[in-house]
Design a binder for this molecule. Sequence first.
Ligand SMILES: *[C@@H]1O[C@H](CO)[C@@H](O)[C@H](O)[C@H]1NC(C)=O
Ligand SMILES: *[C@@H]1O[C@H](CO)[C@@H](O)[C@H](O)[C@H]1NC(C)=O
Ligand SMILES: *[C@@H]1O[C@H](CO)[C@@H](O)[C@H](O)[C@H]1NC(C)=O
Ligand SMILES: *[C@@H]1O[C@H](CO)[C@@H](O)[C@H](O)[C@H]1NC(C)=O
Ligand SMILES: *[C@@H]1O[C@H](CO)[C@@H](O)[C@H](O)[C@H]1NC(C)=O
Ligand SMILES: *[C@@H]1O[C@H](CO)[C@@H](O)[C@H](O)[C@H]1NC(C)=O
Ligand SMILES: *[C@@H]1O[C@H](CO)[C@@H](O)[C@H](O)[C@H]1NC(C)=O
Length: 907
Amino acid sequence: MRRFLGILVILKYCICSDVHDFDGDIKDFVVGNSKLFVLTDHRLHQMRHDLTEEKSKDTKASEHNRVNILVPFDENSTLITCGTFNNGYCEVLDINDITNSIYYESDILIGPRQDEKSVAFISGTSSSKYLLVGKKDDDAKPRDTRYSVVTLLSTSQSQPGGIFSRMAEGSDAFIESTVRDVEFVDGFQRVSPSESYLFLNTKADSERKVLVLWMNSSKERKIEIIKSLQASRIRCCSDKARPVLVASTVIPSVNRVIWAGVFSAQNQQDPENSALALYDISHVKGRVKGFCHNGENTCGSESDTELQPLSVVFKYSSMSAVAAVRSGSWIVLFIGTSDGQLIKLVLDEKFTPGCPTVLFKSDDERKVFPRMHFDPVDFKHIYIALKKQLRRVSVVSCAKYITLKDCRAALDPLCGWCVNTHRCSTQEECLKSSWVSIPKDSLQKKLVSFQVWAEKSSNKITLHLSLSLESTGNPAFSCTFNTGTMNLCDGSDPPAVFPNCSCSFSVLSDQLQYTRGLPISAEVAVEDQKMTEMLMLKNCLNIKDNSQSASYTQCVQCVSSGCHWSSSSERCDWTLVPGEQLQTQDVCNGLFYEMEYKKPEILSLEPNKVSFHGRNNVLLRGRNLESVTKIRIQGDLECIPKESPVFDRSSDTLRFHIPPSGTKGTVKVCVVTPDDRCHGNSIITYSSQPSCTGIQPTVSWSSGGRKIHLQGSNLELVESVTVLPSNKVMKTQQYNTSSWDVWFVSVPYDGSGQFRLLLNVGNSTVDCVDYFSYKPDPEFTGFTTLQVANDLQVNIQKKADMLNLSMNEVTVTGLQGNQQYPCVLERIESNAIICKIKGESGHVPEVDSLTINIGNFSITLRKTTWNYRFVLILFYFIFLLIFLIFCILLLLFRRNIRSVFPVQWPL
Ligand SMILES: *[C@@H]1O[C@H](CO)[C@@H](O)[C@H](O)[C@H]1NC(C)=O
Ligand SMILES: *[C@@H]1O[C@H](CO)[C@@H](O)[C@H](O)[C@H]1NC(C)=O
Ligand SMILES: *[C@@H]1O[C@H](CO)[C@@H](O)[C@H](O)[C@H]1NC(C)=O
Ligand SMILES: *[C@@H]1O[C@H](CO)[C@@H](O)[C@H](O)[C@H]1NC(C)=O
Ligand SMILES: *[C@@H]1O[C@H](CO)[C@@H](O)[C@H](O)[C@H]1NC(C)=O
Ligand SMILES: *[C@@H]1O[C@H](CO)[C@@H](O)[C@H](O)[C@H]1NC(C)=O
Ligand SMILES: *[C@@H]1O[C@H](CO)[C@@H](O)[C@H](O)[C@H]1NC(C)=O
């Protein structure tokens, strides 16, 4: 029983650990040391970090009674809440039990009166802590020219004025502004040194600006903190102005204060409406016009300063939230969007972004609440709010990568290959073992790279292989180099040292003279993880292109063969010293080149809507497609494009397979030429998979050829239908967007039984609800004709069957000599088919035979002269004949008896 309860507890834990739905929209939520506090329309909830609710408290909220300040004060084990109820109030709650109120004060309005954004946090040093509040001044009078925007409130009775007092030493202390329209978006306090940052949007004379305010909160007294005000304008970005800050986060850093902001251009139609930019805000120096501390004569001098981004790392139509963690030199950003996605983005130490990955996608379009918080206990989960729902999303999903190669390809610094457990996991999950991970600054590097160098004196070539990996321990590591089945190396190489190995060998120069080079396969093993990489070894001196302008292609070939490209002489040479291998794009970009091909163009893609399973045999129509080497497919949220080989090509058409996709939405398709350029920009939309709710009709005759229509949704994405268990693949007809009628034709099959239908979509299958079966071909026994006015009515006798033939499936043709007459179907009965042959110009046609075609079944019926009347006459005739014969026989019999037995019988 106890074990059973245990399982129940675990189940409950699992269900509660991911999502919690509240009965009202989430207005705000904060995290304390190990708890979450969630504010909904009517209630304040106290949650454990696994999202189980511990306590909740009515907030007496109605439309005009809202809670507008929610600040955890962990050092004091309290939670500060303020609201608009009772002319405004503030309350101090026990952080471990929010139903326990420690202090309550009414007639005090600290947060915004209206439903506006505001910022509040605890600032100051351990000896003097204040509640800092930034908000728009709601109580300003029309004649006012300066508005109070930032205030410091006492947090204990011993401070000036007592708890929640604005009073400073002797006078008031607040920051004021000449700008009426301010919106505080975010703010935080840095711990050491104590500095407070506030971020706000302003609008004056229809000019919008983003500002940062800085204060030295190491100072003891409120007035000194206020007087230390510095401010600066923050600009984003160079491609277009995005003057509104939506959300922001500070990125944990050692010596600098790096801050990331989501900026919006306020144009929902723009796919790059919002941008995520990083700034160094360590030294906010200067003042902006219109912001000053109270008591200053002129509000804000003209010494405007501006902060420009260090890097703009991501652009998307609708970002709404951002949070960040650091892992060594890596930064991992989490981005919430207005369409309900949580995106993870990795930055290297130079703030170069890796590939965004979608951690969570809501099934509907709910905006992610601007504030997101990490699990205070282990930082391995992030909390996001979507309307009524709070979710706890894991920030790492290493376990889905099952090989070292995939684990590295994820480009996630939080994931590495754990040698002992043979799994891709976080470093914390991989104790006492080597943890093989992506080295810093390796976002753009390939996993395996080669370099070749030659000793001029001998014929010796050394091939150097380097893995872009680093490890905490020293994992077992080995390499084998083969050409064909032969080991290539002469054994003179030093042993492989993770992550490098090399192979020296002698080579006859003519072995490399072939233009294609010497194919080499390198097998690398890191513990039990094996990878094979192919290299075409070329004579570096021989990588030439005959045409003058081909230096770009030559450079690409040179670098990818492990040779050295000399940019001064524009020649390919052997590498002289082993060193870091450069990437093609670094070396070869900027080389002048001329196109030696006609620029390809894409005119259309058929189909251009596929399911997320992908699609085979997509037809691309265009011009000048001869030079196309492959197709590149680029998604919005993918920075590594997918590539597909082409086949069935001509100059104006080619075919390729569209690979499956993890997300729905549009992708861009372009065609790649040998110089690695991509031409064209067509769109393919990934949508949901098809569903099959039935088929009509559900039976076929055994000769096949019956048109079977599919019923369901997204059926135009079906490529073919498989009938199980016979495993016959029946091709569906190309879909027709104007009719939405998708059908396939049954193949011949001699047998019966029920079959399952599978719809083939890309390389996946979808089940059909209905079963499919075969019945024998229809049987016809004969036909009769009857003249009706000028026409000839034909009645075809058929056996009753289960086929439920329909009129458009049957074609009947009458034949008279060489003359053919179409017989127009009138009706189909269970044991007859009636059709009519039109008479022409008063002449009633006659037919000898009929041909009936039903799908791939065909039969010819001959008209027998054995019609009914004839049979009747024949029957009479035969009956008469038999009667006559009988009479004759009887007469003969009598005569014979008399001659044999002369005694008269009494007759
Ligand atoms: C902590 O909270 C209590 C109750 O409001 C208050 O009396 C005390 O002064 C606070 N301490 C500090 C350091 O703010
Ligand atoms: C902040 O104030 C403290 C105390 O007065 C001072 O020591 C420190 O240098 C100030 N910091 C800055 C950046 O001005
Ligand atoms: C491995 O080779 C690279 C160059 O390819 C070099 O920079 C690195 O220092 C080498 N590492 C070791 C451990 O030898
Ligand atoms: C698609 O269906 C419409 C209407 O049924 C028809 O007019 C058109 O010719 C069809 N197109 C193709 C390509 O079959
Ligand atoms: C289906 O599998 C074949 C063979 O593995 C592959 O070439 C093709 O690209 C795949 N098609 C899709 C749509 O994934
Ligand atoms: C026979 O076909 C008609 C129309 O083609 C259809 O409505 C009906 O449901 C079918 N009956 C059976 C028993 O399949
Ligand atoms: C069935 O008929 C169709 C069209 O008349 C034809 O294309 C197909 O080859 C036939 N199938 C067989 C197996 O005879």
